[in-house]
Design a protein around this ligand. Structure first.
Ligand SMILES: Nc1nc2c(ncn2[C@@H]2O[C@H](COP(=O)(O)OP(=O)(O)OP(=O)(O)O)[C@@H](O)[C@H]2O)c(=O)[nH]1
Ligand SMILES: [Mg+2]
Length: 299
């Protein structure tokens, strides 16, 4: 093993919608975590793994930290984010170009209290018309914390990731790789497939779909490696939400299915047969045991 090989865990934390999952997908080079305009798109802790000749970086994607803990689901999601700050080598705290709010500073304090080195990434600078606004923001940030680095970026426009990766690597300890070189995530294809359906429900339904929806895989048949057969149920909280997801004569569900299938074929490099159902189960987001049974709060 090369003496100077580095290995470490890097947690991406920060407010919802900052672009954490977008950047991790870009760095890994494959979609492992879904993204959308809605805050709190990420609900689970997901690992993305990048293997280079001299380093292996393990990215921990976390749900955006927020302060509405009324529901079991929200509490679980926050706990997932906080637990992901334990035993990591570096935290990338990501905000966007709009800067700090009291709630974001509060989340930062929570992160700092874990005692891990924190790098600040200021994302979405492509939307900044006047780049001179960055300087005061950087200055304000240095007053908040002694960040190991402050890096303005655009996860959407970044074409070459090597500078960013090298900056991260410089903060990792020496050590051999912890995962096989071909492994890109700790999550199963089954999980990623269900997330790709959830992503399309977010994109197509926007604010119409309450957070209280979830996707359950009921069949994941890979017996033909070139043609996987997948059945899933989209769970909603209220009977009335069923027709929103299904749409007129099933039109919306059909688009969700077509787009999710195409995303799966791209991600997995195989043909997919996908069947979707919509069912309702009342009050699941308030019910801790149902939230658990759908896979939330798992490490
Ligand atoms: N203009 C612009 N948009 C971006 C950039 N990075 C991410 N976005 C968009 O911002 C939105 C949120 O991105 P996500 O990656 O889902 O954000 P997140 O931080 O993972 O959000 P949560 O999972 O909800 O905490 C998506 O619509 C992205 O396409 C960027 O550099 N520029
Ligand atoms: Mg995310």
């Amino acid at each position: 093993m090369n003496q100077s090989h580095r290995f470490g865990f890097i947690t991406f934390a920060g407010p919802p919608n900052a672009g954490k999952s977008t950047l991790i997908n870009l760095l890994v080079g494959r979609k492992i975590s879904i993204t959308s305009r809605r805050p709190q798109t990420t609900r689970h802790r997901v690992l993305g793994i990048k293997t280079l000749p001299d380093a292996q970086l393990v990215f921990v994607d976390t749900p955006g930290l927020h302060h509405d803990e009324k529901k079991s689901l929200n509490r679980m999601i926050n706990r997932t984010a906080i637990n992901s700050l334990i035993d990591v080598d570096l935290v990338v705290f990501m905000i966007d170009h709009r800067g700090w709010t009291p709630a974001i500073v509060k989340s930062l304090r929570q992160v700092i209290s874990r005692g891990v080195p924190v790098m600040l990434a200021i994302n979405k600078i492509d939307t900044l018309k006047n780049k001179s606004r960055l300087l005061p923001l950087i200055h304000e940030s240095t007053n908040l914390h002694d960040f190991v680095e402050i890096v303005p970026i655009s996860a959407r426009k970044m074409e070459d990731t090597s500078d960013f990766l090298n900056t991260l690597i410089s903060h990792l300890p020496e050590g051999p790789p912890g995962f096989p070189a071909e492994q890109l995530s700790d999550r199963s294809d089954r999980f990623i497939a269900s997330e790709l359906v959830r992503e399309q429900t977010f994109h197509l339904l926007g604010e119409e779909l309450p957070y209280e929806s979830a996707v359950e895989v009921t069949r994941f048949d890979q017996s033909d490696p070139d043609y996987w057969k997948i059945d899933m149920v989209i769970w909603v909280d209220k009977e009335s939400q069923k027709s929103i997801v299904i749409g007129k004569q099933g039109a919306r569900l059909k688009i969700i299915g077509t787009r999710a299938r195409s995303a799966m074929e791209k991600t997995f490099g195989t043909r997919i047969y996908l069947n979707l159902w919509v069912k309702h189960r009342k009050g699941w987001a308030d019910n801790a045991s149902i939230v658990k049974s759908l896979g939330y709060g798992e490490e």
